[in-house]
Every structure is written in structure tokens, then in C-alpha cells.
Design a protein around this ligand. Structure first.
Ligand code: ZN
Length: 455
């Protein structure tokens, strides 16, 4: 008996492949890693029955862009974007990044993962592009170790940078790899950790940091490796670099990458706020996805990405928290709300169409599953992974909001941690505590590493 039976759920957000819909007053039954059934009056011999009266049960959120290591440089007044140019900021931040050691990557990953899980995220893709030479080559390995400890479904974006500052990049030599080093380690982590099977808890994405900081060779070799191993491709696109790429290659980033084969339904880009309508249409045609990270738009002052336009063109849209260099929290639930509010701001200025709040739940669930090529996650239906979170709505926070669960997260916002987060059929967070680990001990270990880093 491995299942959990959630009895008398006030609402379950189900999706049989035709979009999310709300079922009221039903039960939800899990069996092993999957959802067995959703409906009224379910009964089965299970390991645990939970009284879910008053609970709204949502599909777990899927985070498609983050930089976990940056949790160790957050909330610092000396690194405030609003006071610094990008160059000044880079000059301050890279000396800190280059001091990070293997333990820093482990504990900063635990820090970000823990916050994500508390706020309903059940799958996360981290774009780990920081490889200081002294930190060694086992940083992705330590991230998988952290994900296993917390029970997070983890996609490791193996990033990297190859172009030296002397040839126009922004990366200090201490953090550069050769293309061969980068590709060899991508192949190693794919062979070691990538599980393409149903309900896989670990996958790898080939993710050179950004074309502006990599040789063309690196991008070409990444495409060859990803296609050979049948894994996804990811990089930063359209965050201000297009004129630089155009000066270097004669093409803006989208056309440059498409010509290199770094596009398609196995590929998703982070950001894309500077893309023209024509470039967005190219993404729709090639099937390339976008990970929209709303919170950097506030902090860095970038243009507001036209998400309704992307959606209307048929671009696959997902959501990312992004790293603490441009978003000081690791809370994807908060990003669903902030992404919606940002589009409302643009709509009020009549620069973008009026957004549909329920669409932002789609971006953060089915959109994320599509970006990561995971047909087994992102929605609640029999046979899907039992990845979900529950909110007990019998609180003053939710009076007046309960009639529309689909819009609740985007329009109202969920300000506190979930009451329960389940991943792959296992409850990993419940009643304010992790079920497998002592949060206070994790906190103290992380703080100890931070103090060593900053001393
Ligand atoms: Zn990023």
C-alpha cells in the first residue's frame, strides 16, 4: 500500500489534455508515483488518508529557468541593479562567483530548491553555468545530490562559457572552459544522470550560458551532442545581446541560433524580451519554447516581454524564477502573480493585450512540462505523475476568492507556503516542515558556508 487518498477536496484542478478545469467536492487517489483516480467517493486500501476538506489541489509548478548558485549573493545593497550599469554589476559579481567552491553550489542549490518546494514547485530546471576552475567538475553531481535529499524532480541545465573577455565576452578567465571540456562534461552528466523514462526524477539539458559568451563552435557542438543523446537545449536569448551578436555575425540572435540548429521543439530560450514580432513568429514556426522570467523585468528594467503576443502566435511559453542576481527570491508561485501583474501594467499602457489570469497557471504547469518535454507532468489526471500542492483555503486570505480557483494564483497570489507539496507520489513538505530533512540543520549548514565565502 503506497497510495495517498485525499478525501473531500474542496477543489481539484484537473486537466485531461484540453485545459485546466475545476472539479468540486471530489477525492484524489495516488498510487506509487502516479495519480490513480480523481472523482467522488473514492475508496481504496492506502498508506494514508488525508482529510482535504477546504483544500484546493493544484498541479505542481514547473520552473524552467533558474541559477541556484546565485542564492548566495542575494539581498545585497552593494549589488543593486538600480544603482549600477551592467558592466559595473558584472565587475562586482564575478569576483564573488569565482570564489564559490563545491560546497557552496550544494548548499545554495538546497536553499533555492527548498524555497521552490515550499511554494508549490515540484519540477525545476537549473541553469548552472558557473564553473570556477578551482571548484572542480562535480557541481552538477552535487546538485543532483541536493535534489534527491529534498525529493525535487530536477532537470540540470549544464551551462558553461568558452569565449574569453579578450574576444568580447564578460566572463573572467577563471570561469572559462574550452568547448571540449564543456561538451565532455555535458556527455558525462547525461550518461550518469539523465533518465528519459516515465516519472524520471533526473534529466540533463545541454545549456551553454549564452551565445554572446560562447564560441560558435560551442553552440554547434551543443546541438550535435543534444541531438545525439536526445536531450533538450537551452540558453539565454533576447536579453540585450542581439545587437552584439549582429555586429559579430551579421545576424540577430534568433536567426544566428536557428542557422546553427539551436532551435526546435527540443529547445527553449530564457527571457526573449527584445524579440520582434517576426522573431517570435520564427520561434512559433520552429517550435522553440520560451522561459519567461518576470521578476528580472522589474529589477533590471528590461522591456516587458509580450507574453499574450507570444501565446497568440503559438510560442510555447513557460515560467522561470531566474537567479537571485536578478530576482532575490526562489518562489515560482510569486512569479505567477508577478508575471500576471506585469502584463496588466502593459495592458493598461495599451502596449499589450489584456492578459487572462488563468493562462498564467497554464504557463507554470503544462507550459513548463512542454518546455522540458515531459508529457508525464504538469497536469492532474489519472496516469500522470502525482506532483501537486494543496492550499487550505479556509483562511481569511481566501474569503471572496474561492469561486475561481483557476485565476486565484495569478490574480490574488498565494502569499504563504503551501499546506502540502507532493512530488512523485511522496509528500515532501507538509504543515510547515520538510518530511525527510531537518530544515534548521540545512539552514545552519548553508549559513556556515555563506560566512566562509564572505570572510
Ligand atoms: Zn538567467
Amino acid at each position: 500500500m503506497t497510495g495517498v487518498l485525499f478525501k473531500n477536496c474542496a477543489a481539484v484542478i484537473v486537466n485531461h489534455g484540453q485545459g485546466h478545469e475545476v472539479l468540486r467536492d471530489v477525492d484524489l487517489l495516488t498510487e506509487g508515483p502516479a495519480i490513480k483516480s480523481i472523482g467522488p467517493d473514492l475508496n481504496a486500501p492506502v498508506a494514508e488518508t488525508k482529510d482535504a476538506s477546504g483544500w484546493f489541489i493544484y498541479p505542481g509548478l514547473v520552473n524552467t529557468h533558474h541559477h541556484f548558485f546565485q542564492t548566495f549573493v542575494r539581498n545585497r545593497a552593494d549589488l543593486d541593479w538600480t544603482k549600477l550599469s551592467v558592466i559595473e554589476w558584472l565587475d562586482l559579481i564575478y569576483p564573488i562567483f569565482s570564489r564559490l567552491n563545491e560546497d557552496c553550489f550544494y548548499h545554495s542549490s538546497l536553499t533555492a530548491m527548498a524555497e521552490l518546494i515550499k511554494h508549490g514547485c515540484t519540477t525545476a530546471m537549473d541553469h548552472q553555468y558557473c564553473f570556477p576552475r578551482h571548484a572542480g567538475k562535480h557541481l552538477i553531481d552535487r546538485q543532483f545530490e541536493a535534489a534527491e535529499l529534498l525529493g525535487l524532480r530536477f532537470h540540470a541545465g549544464r551551462g558553461g562559457n568558452t569565449l574569453p573577455k579578450s574576444e568580447g565576452s564578460t566572463i573572467p578567465d577563471e570561469m572559462l572552459e574550452t568547448t571540449d571540456e564543456f561538451i565532455a562534461d555535458c556527455a558525462r552528466v547525461i550518461d550518469t544522470y539523465h533518465d528519459a523514462g516515465q516519472f524520471s526524477m533526473g534529466q540533463v539539458v545541454v545549456a551553454p550560458c549564452q551565445p554572446v559568451n560562447c564560441y560558435q563552435d560551442t553552440m554547434v557542438e551543443s546541438v550535435a551532442l543534444a541531438r545525439d543523446k536526445d536531450v533538450c537545449l537551452h540558453t539565454h536569448v533576447g536579453e540585450g545581446e542581439s545587437p552584439v551578436i549582429e555586429a559579430r555575425t551579421g545576424q540577430r540572435t534568433v536567426a544566428y541560433l536557428e542557422d546553427l540548429g539551436f532551435a526546435g521543439d527540443d529547445t527553449f530560450y530564457a527571457h526573449c524580451w527584445e524579440l520582434s514580432q517576426q522573431e517570435l513568429a520564427r520561434l512559433a514556426t520552429s517550435g522553440t519554447g520560451v522561459s519567461h522570467c518576470p521578476e528580472p523585468v522589474y529589477l533590471v528594467g528590461a522591456e516587458i516581454t509580450d507574453i499574450p503576443a507570444m501565446h497568440a502566435l503559438g510560442v510555447r511559453v513557460s515560467l522561470g524564477a531566474d537567479g537571485a542576481a536578478s530576482n532575490d527570491n526562489s518562489n515560482l508561485m510569486h512569479c505567477v502573480h508577478s508575471a500576471y501583474m506585469l502584463q496588466c501594467l502593459a495592458a493598461n499602457r495599451r502596449t499589450h493585450p489584456v492578459p487572462d489570469p488563468a493562462a498564467f497557471l497554464d504557463y507554470a504547469t503544462t507550459g513548463g512540462a512542454s518546455a522540458l518535454r515531459r508529457p508525464d507532468i504538469g497536469r492532474l489526471a489519472p496516469g500522470m505523475a502525482a506532483d501537486l500542492f494543496a492550499i487550505d483555503t479556509r483562511r481569511m486570505d481566501y474569503v471572496g476568492t474561492r469561486h475561481d480557483p483557476l485565476s486565484l494564483i495569478a490574480k490574488v497570489g498565494i502569499g504563504s507556503p503551501t499546506d502540502l507539496t507532493m512530488i512523485n507520489g511522496k509528500v515532501v513538505w507538509e504543515n510547515g516542515a520538510f518530511t525527510n530533512v531537518d530544515e534548521r540543520a540545512l539552514f545552519e549548514d548553508a549559513e556556515r558556508e555563506l560566512i566562509k565565502l564572505n570572510s
